[in-house]
Each structure stands twice: as C-alpha cells, then as structure tokens.
Design a protein around this ligand. Structure first.
Ligand SMILES: Cc1ncc(COP(=O)(O)O)c(C=O)c1O
Length: 372
C-alpha cells in the first residue's frame, strides 16, 4: 500500500498532464514560460489573493519573504517548535534567530500563550528585536489566526503564514495562503498540491511586494536579468512544474472534499482507540497528513512496527522538536518547557492517506489498527 498514492492521482489526470508536458517540450520555453504565468494567476484566484509568485521550492518561498522584509541579524522570528526546519532555516541563514514556542495540545499549531510568553522574554532580555511570527498550518490544519493577528498587531510583528502543508485548507471561509500578512507554500510532491520535483509560491496582496519578489527570484533583477539592483536568488518555478500542476489545481477542490470523506471514515472508526485529529469548528483541514496519537512513544513504536509487518506504511511528522536540534543549540530559549511538543513528537504517527485511498485500503488500515 502507498502512504500517499501519487501514482493513482497521475493515472486519473494522465491525459492532461502528459499533454501539458508535451506542449512545454514542443515550445522549449522552459524558464518562466506561459504556463508559469497561467498557473500563478489561477492559484492566486483559488487562494483569494491578488498575487502568487511561483518559485523553486517552499524553502525558497520562505527565503524570498525573509529577504523581501530585510529580516536578518539581531531579529527574532517566532516559530512553532513542531514544524519542518525550513520554516525558519532561511531566516537563520540570513542572521536572524528562531525563537521556538510550544504547540497547542489540541490543534498542534503554535500556542498563542507560549508565543506571547516568548515575545515578552525576548523583549526583557533585550538582545534581539522581535520581528515576525511564522505560523505553520501544521499537517494541513490552519493555525489560530484570530489570536495570532491580535498578538502580531499588539507587538508590531509581521505575520508570515507557512502554508506549505495547507493548500486547499481554510479558516473562517478564507483559504490557507491568504491568512497572514504574506504566505509561502510548497509544491513538494507529497503536499496537498504537489508537483513532480521541487516548487513553491509566495502569496501577497501588494503589487509592490509582487514586483520585489519577482526581482528577488531572478538574481535581484531590475529592468532585465542583466540589470541587477539588489542581491537575489535563482529561485524560479520551472515551466514544466507549472504545466504539471495546472490540471492538479483544477481538481484540488474535489480532492479536498474527498479528503474530508476519508478523514471522517477514519475518525469514526478510530476515535475510541486513538486521539484522532481535532479540527476547529470554522476550519477545513487539507489533511496533508492524517495523524493519530498513541498512548506513549513505546506503544507508538510498537504499533508502527506491527503495521509495517502487515505492509501498511506509517511516517512520523516529526520525531524531533525544533528546540532540541543541534543546529539551533545556541538560539534564544526562554523559560519554555515545550511539554506539548515533546508529548506530540513521542506519540504521533501518520497513516496512509490521500484523495485516492480506496475504500478497501482504508478498511485494511482500520482493521490492522484494531489488531495491534
Ligand atoms: C511546514 C513546511 N515548511 C516549509 C517546507 C519547505 O518546502 P520545500 O520542501 O518545498 O522546500 C515544508 C516542506 O516539507 C514544510 O512542510
């Protein structure tokens, strides 16, 4: 059984994807070809923002944002302790310091109370300047933007949405990607909207920011690629990847609806045995992952091993909280104990999930989970 069935999705969309790839090969317009502009326009409309700027990965999308806002040496960037390293790695590379915050024990997203404690601690210590919050829509579940907005405004911080896992999800009717001051996403193949390699995008409502990001993604270009007005990156979205994603984007709403059905079936079957995902009332998750919590780490590892024996793959997103990573060993820590993140990392495991998971495979997973 596949953990995420990308092959089934390809077979469902094969004709359109193959035709689009052939078209790009025929045109030989591989760099910023017309498919990139078409994809950016459709993606912005889908998310409900004015501009989507395609780029080479989700990591580059975040780096472009940090560069665009001049975040660097002496700045503190507040981030959930449970995320993928790329949420803050580019800021760290630019000289800023990530300040980790515990997660909420129900949503697994950044805990607003922990965030506020960390902001106060950074201000009291005086070494760093609080600059930005990176809210991550963890495993597809939007963060608590009502409270995050209020905190960001109160302390004068930029609210960056890391929607790498959240394409297709929504919060109070607004799509992920439109929930912060600016947002990044990833098109890594296993993401809810994935390409066939690396890709990403930045979302903004500002025309000026759109222009700046387009300059930064092509070596800080001015009027042309050979007129360089700032330091930038080579971080463009490939035409081929845009061509692959055009038909996938057209199906995303349908796939998100299917994901709700499959999650509901899992929820119903598993709710008495495990802690199932808890999604807020005005929230739709993209279920980038369907994650369960076991009683403790020992039991979690035992369950995973038994499922493996039955040919059912599981993955842990993520086994290591950020605050314990060697790379961040010298960063500001504050007084946080990160107990919710530590408990989550010990107990979580994700089971096979995609819009293409068959009823039979879902029953197999449920049956296996009842026998462990
Ligand atoms: C939360 C989060 N942020 C950022 C990224 C980085 O995206 P990419 O792998 O496309 O660089 C990922 C991808 O795994 C992610 O899950």
């Amino acid at each position: 059984m596949e953990f995420i069935d990308l092959k089934a999705q390809y077979h469902a969309l094969k004709q359109e994807i193959d035709d689009n790839i052939s078209q790009v090969l025929e045109n030989a317009d591989f760099i910023l070809g017309k498919e990139v502009a078409a994809f950016e326009e459709k993606l912005a409309a889908y998310v409900g923002v004015k501009y989507a700027v395609g780029c080479a990965s989700g990591t580059d999308a975040l780096q472009l944002i940090y560069m665009a806002y001049g975040i660097g040496r002496g700045d503190a960037v507040f981030c959930p302790d449970m995320t993928f390293v790329a949420s803050v790695e580019p800021a760290f590379m630019l000289g800023a310091e990530p300040v980790f915050c515990d997660i909420d024990p129900v949503s697994y997203n950044i805990c607003p109370d922990s965030l506020e404690r960390q902001i106060k601690a950074v201000r009291a210590a005086g070494r760093l300047k609080p600059r930005a919050i990176v809210a991550v829509d963890f495993i597809g579940n939007p963060a608590d933007y009502d409270r995050l907005r209020e905190i960001a405004d109160r302390y004068g911080l930029l609210l960056i949405e890391d929607a790498a896992q959240g394409m297709g999800a929504s919060y109070h009717g607004k799509k992920c990607g439109a929930l912060g001051d600016i947002a990044a996403t990833s098109f890594f193949p296993s993401k809810p909207l994935g390409c066939y390699g690396d890709g990403g995008a930045v979302f903004t409502d500002s025309g000026e920011m759109n222009e700046l990001l387009k300059s930064l993604r092509v070596h800080g270009k001015g009027s042309s690629k050979y007129d360089n007005v700032r330091v930038g990156l080579n971080a463009r979205l490939d035409t081929l990847q845009a061509a692959v994603m055009l038909p996938k984007l057209a199906r995303l709403e349908e796939e998100i609806a299917k994901r709700q059905e499959i999650a509901a079936r899992y929820d119903e079957a598993l709710k008495d045995r495990f802690v199932i995902p808890r999604i807020g009332e005005h929230t739709v998750s993209s279920y980038a992952q369907y994650a369960l919590l076991a009683k403790d780490r020992k039991r979690r590892d035992e369950i995973r091993e038994k499922l493996q024996e039955k040919g059912i793959p599981t993955i842990v997103y993520y086994p290591n909280p950020m605050h314990g990573m060697k790379v961040f060993a010298d960063c500001f820590r504050g007084e946080e104990t990160f107990e919710n993140t530590i408990s989550y990392a010990d107990r979580t495991f994700s089971i096979p999930f995609s819009a293409y998971l068959t009823k039979e495979d879902q029953e197999r997973v449920i049956e296996a989970l009842f026998s462990v």
